[in-house]
Structure formats: C-alpha cells, structure tokens
Design a protein around this ligand. Structure first.
Ligand SMILES: *Cc1c(COP(=O)(O)O)cnc(C)c1O
Length: 388
C-alpha cells in the first residue's frame, strides 16, 4: 500500500535543469543566481527588497538582531508554531513569551494580545518584537496587530514560513504593508523549496542591509563605509560587527527561482484540495479550517480538529490507525511552551489553554500540490471508517 505523506516537495524537469545549469557554470555559490532569486521574491511579494539565507530559522535570527533584539528584551509569538520562531529570540539573549491563539484561525488572538499588552504596560514588560505566525498559510490580522504596534511601540516580524503565496487584504504576504520584516521557509515540506533555505523581505533598506551583513560574517565591501586605515594598506573588506555564515548557495537559489515560477499553480492546487476536504468531511464530527474573509490561505497545512465527543477513537489511537493504513497525518503543533526546554524556562501546562486544546484535537491531513484524487479519497474514506 502506497504511503501518503502529509506534505511533499514537487520537483519537475525544469527545476532539475535549473540546478544542473548552475553545476555547469562558473559559480555554485555566491554567483549571479542568488540576487536573481532575491529580486524575484521581492517582485512577487511586493516588498522593496529581499535577503535569502540558508533557512527560515537563520532569517528569523538576523531579522530579530537587525531590529535590535538583545538581553533584557521580550519577544512575543504564538505558542502554535515550530520551535524555531522562539529559539531564534533565545539565541539573541532575549526573553520569550507567548500570546494564546484564537479559536477559529488558530493564529495569535488579537484580543489576547491586547489584554497582554495592557498588562505589560503596567508592569513595564512590553515586548520589543511581536511575531505573528500565519499558521497553515492563513494570514493573521496584520492591520490590527500593526495598530497595536503604533500604540505600544513594538516592531513586527511575520513568520510566513507557511504562507508564501497567501494574500491579506488583496496584497501578497511578504509585502510587509503592516510589518518590518516577513520571513519565508523553503524547507521541502513547505510550499516551495530550495532543499534548505529561507528569505526575509522588508521595505526598510537599513534593515535589509543589516540582515545581509549579518548573514555574511558582519562584513562590508563598500569603501565609503569602511573605517579609514593607512593609504598603503589593502582592504578588500572590513568586519564591522559579529555575524554568521547564513549564505544560500546558487544551486539552491536556482531551484528556488524555478519553484517560484510554479508557486501560483501550487497554491491553486492546494486550494482545490482544501475545497474537496471541506465538502467530503462535512458529515463528520470534525472542525474544518475556517477561511477569514480578509485573506486567502496558501494551505501549507489542512488542520482538522477531531471532536472527541463524536469520535470512536482517542486522537492518539486515530493517528496510529491512520498510519497503519499508510496515511501520514501529522500534528502541528505541540505548543512550544510545553516542550521540556521551555518548561525549564518556567512555562507550564495551562498557560495558553486555547493552543493546548487545539493540540489535543488537531490533525494535519495530507496536503501537497500533487496529491492524487484517488489518494485524497483514501484519506477521506479512512476518516469516515475510523471516526464513525
Ligand atoms: C518550518 C518553519 C520554520 C523553520 O524553517 P526552516 O527553514 O526549517 O528553518 C519556522 N517557523 C515555522 C512556523 C515553520 O513552519
């Protein structure tokens, strides 16, 4: 029986040719394709510029550092995310806190954010950065978060690892209309891939320059900005701050550039598959994802909630039985604050009840652009068989 994963990359002949072309060229890294890929992402998303790096985790790290996050600062994000969103803040020496999620969108709740900000203002613990995560590809209500940022003076990084190709208020996610930086991931389970890879878009040239510098050891090559040294010495570059080697290769950028051309067709296909799930699961005691009218999801995931009251099996048993049937459902996410490492930082069960309740019911169904109709039917039939 064929195993159906929850997510999978799609590589075609054009993608392969693009990578082979780079292998046959003069540069396999730091050549011409990386800036081409950066321009293409900026054009697609409508942002002023883009910096590509070796992962979304790296992109988050340099975005946070460029916004000045450091020891003594707070960064707030959603507990319903991959650990990287929070970890990159800890790597800056900052303190992490979470804002509970909304029942319908599974994104950071605007109401909870408001209340937490009011409280934090009183006890002097306002965040420097808030990181909304566009869970499953559904954009957060960025305008509302931006309005709060004006009142409480915080910066905004969008973790759009799930959401390249999604739209919010008729603009593409990544346009940064209501944020300082937007981060994308190109890991193979995400919507487009470079093997490993990530990107940060922004409309702020100073931030773009700083992120680029941090991704390359903190070096500059422009003599106008170098410190003066004796005239008879040769200086090709100067290190002016401490950075990292977070570079993307031209091999990866070529794959990404080719994949970006296929992005809209990938997202269209995901939306079609989501409509099929919506219709075929309507008779089950499950909650299907709700589409916010302000936005269009890119459906990185199709997160279902299985209501225990109507289901024969516990969530854990349902998972096991589906895997027995070759259906690779997955769980997004164990709330970050419940990870042992984060519990040692002081978080505990009960801190973010909505995220915890969602996790106890959640199940991500197979969702990728080349999921075949017969395979999707297998998933739908198995759910009916096991739940009813
Ligand atoms: C995948 C993911 C990341 C990390 O992406 P990498 O490219 O693997 O570093 C960060 N945040 C979210 C929400 C993700 O899904």
């Amino acid at each position: 029986m064929k195993y159906i994963p929850y997510g999978q990359h799609s590589i075609d002949a054009g993608d392969i040719k693009a990578v082979v072309n780079v292998l046959n060229s003069d540069f396999i890294t730091q050549g011409p394709v990386v800036p081409q890929f950066e321009d293409a992402i900026a054009n697609y998303s409508g942002a002023k510029g883009c910096v590509v790096v070796n992962s979304a985790t790296s992109a988050l790290h340099i975005a946070y550092l460029s916004l000045g996050l450091g020891p003594g600062d707070y960064l707030w994000t959603s507990p319903n995310t991959f650990v990287a969103t929070a970890n990159s803040a800890l790597h800056c020496g900052a303190k992490i806190d979470f804002v509970d999620i909304d029942h319908e969108s599974y994104n950071m709740s605007i109401e909870s954010l408001k209340l937490k900000l009011e409280f934090a203002e009183k006890n002097g613990s306002l965040p420097k950065i808030v990181v909304p995560v566009h869970f499953a590809g559904q954009p957060c209500d960025m305008k509302a978060i931006w309005q709060l940022s004006q009142r409480y003076n915080f910066r905004i990084v969008e973790d759009a690892s799930h959401a390249i190709g999604a739209t919010y208020l008729d603009a593409k996610v990544g346009s940064c209309a209501y944020s300082d930086v937007t981060v994308f991931s190109f890991h193979p389970v995400k919507i487009i891939t470079t093997g490993e890879g990530g990107a940060a878009t922004s409309n702020d040239q100073t931030l773009l320059d700083r992120m680029r510098r941090l991704s390359g050891h903190g070096l500059i090559r422009d003599h106008n900005f170098m410190e003066s040294r004796p005239d008879d010495e040769i200086w090709n570059y100067q290190q002016i701050e401490l950075g990292f080697n977070y570079r993307m290769t031209d091999l990866q950028a070529a794959l990404g550039l080719s994949q970006l051309k296929r992005l809209d067709s990938f997202v269209d296909k995901r939306r079609e598959l989501a409509r099929v799930y919506d219709n075929c699961l309507a008779d089950l005691p499950v909650v299907v994802p709700v589409q916010d009218p302000k936005s269009v999801s890119s459906y990185h995931l199709y997160p279902l909630q299985v209501l225990q009251s109507g289901c024969q099996l516990s969530q854990k048993h349902l998972f096991a039985r589906l895997h027995d049937l070759g259906i690779g459902v997955n769980l997004h996410y164990v709330p970050v604050h419940r990870q042992p490492y984060f519990e040692k930082l002081g978080f505990k069960l009960g801190d973010f009840p909505n995220a915890e309740a969602f996790y106890r019911a959640a199940m991500s169904l197979p969702m990728f652009s080349h999921l075949q109709p017969a395979d999707q039917t297998r998933v739908v039939d198995a759910l009916h068989h096991l739940i009813l």
